[in-house]
Structure formats: C-alpha cells, structure tokens
Design a protein around this ligand. Structure first.
Ligand SMILES: Nc1ncnc2c1ncn2[C@@H]1O[C@H](COP(=O)(O)OP(=O)(O)OP(=O)(O)O)[C@@H](O)[C@H]1O
Ligand SMILES: [Mg+2]
Length: 316
C-alpha cells in the first residue's frame, strides 16, 4: 500500500469578504500525478498556494506525510524545501545563467554567508558539487548545451525547462505546477509533457523495484487533454456547485465536484483516445458547466474505485 503524501482537510479560503474555496478535501498518495482543473477563478492557484504554504487556509488544514513521519503527519505552516513549485511565468533570476539558476536553490539551502567566509575551502567544494548536480539536472531536461545562457538568451520552452530543473534539483516531496506550459507553443508543450511522463515512468520503475516512487505531482492546467494525459488522476474544482442543496443560504466558494482516475492510469503506456474523449466530456459537464452537477460526490469516486485489493493504493 502506498502512503499518503498530502492531505487537505476541510480547507476554506477567501479574500476579504469573497469566499474562494469551501470544504476542499483531498488525499494525495505518494507517487500520484494529480491534475487539478476548473473554471478560471475557481481557486486552483489559491489551493496550490495553500499547499506551498505562502497563503494558509482560513479554516481546515493541510498535512504532509514525508517518509518517517508519524500518522498525524506535519501541518503546513509555511513554505519548505519539501515542496517545489513551477509557475507559468518563468521565475528565473535574469542575472544568472541556466546553470547558476538551477544550482542556486541548493547553494542557498546548504550554505550561509558566514559559512562562505569561515569555511571557504569547504564552501568551494560544496559549490562545485552543486554545480555538478545542476549540470546533470540540466542534461536530464535536455539543456546540456545551454548551461551558460542567461534567461533572455533562451526560448520560452528552454526557460520553463530550467524552471523545472530548478524545482527537481531540490528533490521535493511534492512538485506543484501552476499552468506550467500555458505560455508555450504546442510542440514545446508536448515535449515538456513527455518529460513529465518520463518522471512518471521513474515512479513505475521504483514501484516495480519496491522503492518509494520519487515524484508526487500536482499540476494545474486549463487544458483537459493535458490533465488526462499527464495525470493519473483528475480533480475538478467548481464554483458552480449549488450549496443551497446542502442548506447554505449564500455561496461559500468552490469545492471538489470531480475526482477520478484517468483512463490510462492503470496501463503503463496504452492511450485509448475513445476513453480520453469520454473523460473529457464528463469533466466538462461536471466541472465547467454552470449547471450544478447532480450530487456533490457523485463524481468524486477516486478512492472508492481503488478500494479493491488488486488496485488499491489507498493510504493506510
Ligand atoms: N491576492 C488576492 N487578493 C484578492 N483576491 C484574490 C487574490 N488571489 C486570488 N483572488 C481571487 O480569488 C479567486 C480565485 O483565484 P485563483 O487565482 O486561485 O483562481 P484560479 O482557479 O487559479 O484561476 P485561473 O484559472 O484564472 O488561474 C479569484 O476570484 C481571484 O480574483
Ligand atoms: Mg490560477
């Protein structure tokens, strides 16, 4: 049985008087690739920021379960190295090369300014190690030839690959991506999706070898094809759920109205496009249409459908 990596429990959020999220509950297994979709403004980025820890929820909590944590897990109270994020707009330092941009996270995390002065030789060795690791990571995202380019000398796709390398080098427990490929042309987008699929293959290999899958991903995307292709689970947040059916007078915010495994989640390579189209239509109807879905949990069945012994990866 795979363990949970994150639990989002009864999360409510809003800005001023404006409610954004209401009663969001999600349990995300280690090694899962979860695609988060929903209409613009429903609170996808807000939920991601709550997990990152920069905007804590008003009510409810988010707990992380790193290997070795006890059953209660760790409450998210702020950002941490265990969570890496890639945004749509490249958050690279303009005055650093690709190599330096990727190495800087490790350098800042593992060395302090006094350390640089008082243990200069040790610092220099560590810095060399960080740069070597950054070279390896950039090769993995196919940027071995671009180590010394500055962001303004790179294409959008290259910058986004640097941003991905920047996040991956920190070996985060959870990788969060907020519309990471939204600004890219289709070919570049597909290439980067392939890169995510290769991370998923690393997970499958780890599971085959009874190791902990190294990557847990939550990716926000407005592209349903991308969500279904990259994710092994799609969660839909919708602001259209009609809370009056649960006795509320006012509208308290968006909640989860869809949560299902993607059609290919159990197959390793097969892509059945007929099943893709069906999933896409269902998500459109249940998450994006202004009419409320028939029941809040009718399409929130991810864990229920995985309860049978041969498919279960339900956290204990
Ligand atoms: N810092 C803020 N101050 C006030 N309101 C905010 C703030 N951030 C977000 N909001 C509001 O919260 C709601 C949800 O925003 P959020 O960015 O999470 O939506 P989203 O689902 O990511 O949308 P999109 O798909 O357009 O990126 C929006 O109505 C937005 O106007
Ligand atoms: Mg957003």
């Amino acid at each position: 049985m795979k363990a949970a990596a994150v639990e989002i429990r009864g999360v409510h959020h809003g800005f001023g008087d404006k409610p954004v999220l209401d009663d969001v509950n999600l349990r995300i297994g280690r090694g899962q690739f979860l695609a988060l979709v929903g209409p613009s403004g429903c609170g996808k980025s807000t939920l991601l920021r709550a997990i990152v820890g920069t905007h804590l929820p008003r009510r409810g909590e988010i707990r992380l379960f790193p290997p070795g944590a006890d059953a209660a897990g760790l409450l998210v109270t702020g950002p941490g190295r265990d969570r890496g994020i890639v945004y749509q707009q490249y958050a690279l330092f303009p005055f650093l090369t690709a190599l330096e941009n990727v190495a800087i996270g490790l350098m800042l995390d593992e060395t302090s300014i006094p350390f640089r002065f008082f243990r200069f030789l040790r610092w220099r060795a560590l810095r060399r190690r960080h740069l070597e690791m950054a070279v390896e990571m950039l090769a993995r995202v196919k940027l071995a030839d671009a180590l010394h380019l500055y962001p303004h000398e790179m294409s959008g796709g290259m910058r986004q690959r640097v941003a991905l390398a920047q996040a991956l080098i920190m070996k985060p427990e959870i990788l969060l991506m907020d519309e990471p490929f939204g600004a890219l042309d289709e070919a570049t987008r597909e290439e980067l999706q392939q890169h995510l699929i290769s991370l998923r293959s690393e997970n499958l290999l780890a599971l085959d070898e009874s190791r902990t899958p190294p990557h847990t991903l939550i990716i926000v995307t407005h592209e349903l094809n991308e969500a279904i292709y990259v994710g092994d689970r799609v969660v839909g947040l919708s602001q259209h759920w009609d809370w009056r059916s649960e006795g509320h007078q006012s509208f308290p915010g968006a909640t989860v109205t869809y949560d299902k495994a993607t059609p290919h989640s159990s197959a390793k390579t097969d892509r059945n496009f007929g099943a893709f189209a069906m999933a896409r239509d269902e998500i459109r109807r249940v998450v994006f249409e202004p009419q409320a879905p028939p029941g809040r949990n009718e399409h929130v069945t991810y864990w229920k459908t995985r309860a049978s012994p041969e498919t279960t990866d339900e956290p204990t």
